[in-house]
Every structure is written in structure tokens, then in C-alpha cells.
Design a protein around this ligand. Structure first.
Ligand code: 5GP
Length: 210
């Protein structure tokens, strides 16, 4: 049984480029929130710092961590491996600190299946349109057009996982989206009413995949 003192787990997933990493960083500025820093075999982007954005490691070290069962979940995303270490997550949750995860749908499924004692709330973040997504990805990986194309192709497949999440939010205006997430966490924890509109989400997804 989860004790009242335990922290909660918040997962944000999205198709690449929907702005979830920025949202995760903003949520973590709230009191009592810590980001779970993943391990990855992906090469760092400019401005990314090891130990802050990710722990950047090679494939051999990643496989060692899998064998030592140090991951709460791990997955291959876009030809690279990503994984969440169990230890810091549990330590934080047991201290009453809330942990936010920026992970994909595969990792989310694994964590859901583990049925840990901690409260879990999952969010799927969508872009306002395919055009906005394309622009966001192009700005980020300007030097590598192939990556943008590859991630746009994955988009249609990734979007279909929205149904596995507690809430889906549209990241049009960052501040509004952030506020919506904070409100949904609050209403979920306090079991109070919210204005979450599932019909609107259905319609939005239809537009994105048409
Ligand atoms: P990026 O390379 O753009 O930072 O991340 C690519 C994808 O991998 C994103 O969807 C991100 O959420 C996901 N990701 C990052 N860390 C993890 C992790 O530890 N586990 C899983 N399953 N996915 C992750």
C-alpha cells in the first residue's frame, strides 16, 4: 500500500517534438518535484549536459545495467536505447518527493504493468498541428533533415498510443498547457471535478492523423 507520505509518479509522453521536455522542466520547478534522469546511448545534442539532461553511456554499459536489473523500464526509441534507473526513483518517492518522467509509450506501459505502490498519473502531450510539429523538429535538428523526416514518419504511429494515458493535453500555448497539467494533477489527487474534454481530444487526434 502506498503511504500518504509517498511521492507520486507523473509520466509525460508524446510524439517527438510536441514540447514535452520543456513541460517536464517547468513542472519540476514546482515544490517537491524531481525529474527522473534517464540513461541513453544517444549522442548528446548541443547544450545537453551529462547527468542533467541524460546520463550518456555506450551500448555495452547500457546492456550491463539491463543485466544487473537496474532499470525500472527501458526501451529502444529511434535506434537508441533509453532507460530509467530504479534506485533514485524509489529513493525520491519514499522521501515523499514527486517524480516526473519524460519517457515514451513503451516505458509507460512497462511502469504501468509493474503496478508499484505509488500513485501514477500519465499524460500524453500532442502538438497543435502537424505543421507546428514539423517546424519544431526542424528548428531543433536543423543540421539533420533525415532525423526530422524519420520522426515525422513515426508521428502517426506514436499518436495512436494516446488512448493508453490518463489525460491527453494539447501543447499550443506552453503556459496554458502547463497550467492544464498542474490542474489535472490537482483534481486527480483531490478527486474533484475538472473540465477535461475527451471528445475534443478525439477530434484533435483525427485531424492530426488525417
Ligand atoms: P530524445 O532523444 O528526443 O531526447 O528522446 C526520444 C524519446 O525517448 C522521447 O520520446 C523520450 O520521451 C523518450 N525517452 C527518454 N528517456 C527515456 C527513458 O528512460 N525510457 C523510455 N522508455 N523512453 C525515454
Amino acid at each position: 500500500m502506498s503511504s500518504k507520505k509517498d511521492g507520486i509518479m507523473i509520466i509525460l509522453s508524446s510524439p517527438s517534438g510536441a514540447g514535452k521536455t520543456t513541460l517536464v522542466k517547468l513542472i519540476s520547478k514546482n515544490k517537491n518535484y524531481e525529474i527522473s534522469i534517464s540513461h541513453t546511448t544517444r549522442k548528446p545534442r548541443e547544450n545537453e549536459i551529462s547527468g542533467k539532461d541524460y546520463f550518456f553511456i555506450n551500448e555495452k554499459d547500457f546492456k550491463d545495467l539491463i543485466n544487473k536489473q537496474e532499470f525500472l523500464e527501458h526501451a529502444k526509441v529511434f535506434n537508441n536505447f533509453y532507460g530509467t534507473s530504479i534506485k533514485p526513483v524509489k529513493e525520491n518517492l519514499d522521501k515523499g518527493i514527486n517524480v516526473i518522467f519524460d519517457i515514451d509509450w513503451q516505458g509507460t506501459q512497462q511502469i504501468k504493468n509493474k503496478k508499484l505502490k505509488y500513485k501514477l498519473i500519465t499524460f500524453f502531450v500532442l502538438p497543435p498541428s502537424k505543421e507546428v510539429l514539423f517546424n519544431r523538429l526542424s528548428n531543433r535538428d536543423m543540421k539533420d533533415k533525415l532525423i526530422v523526416e524519420e520522426r515525422m514518419k513515426e508521428f502517426k504511429k506514436d499518436v495512436l498510443h494516446w488512448k493508453d494515458y490518463d489525460y491527453v493535453v494539447i501543447n499550443d500555448q506552453l503556459e496554458d498547457c502547463l497550467e492544464q497539467i498542474i490542474t489535472l494533477i490537482d483534481t486527480d489527487l483531490n478527486k474533484t471535478k475538472n473540465n477535461y474534454n475527451l471528445k475534443l481530444i478525439h477530434e484533435h487526434v483525427e485531424k492530426l492523423i488525417s
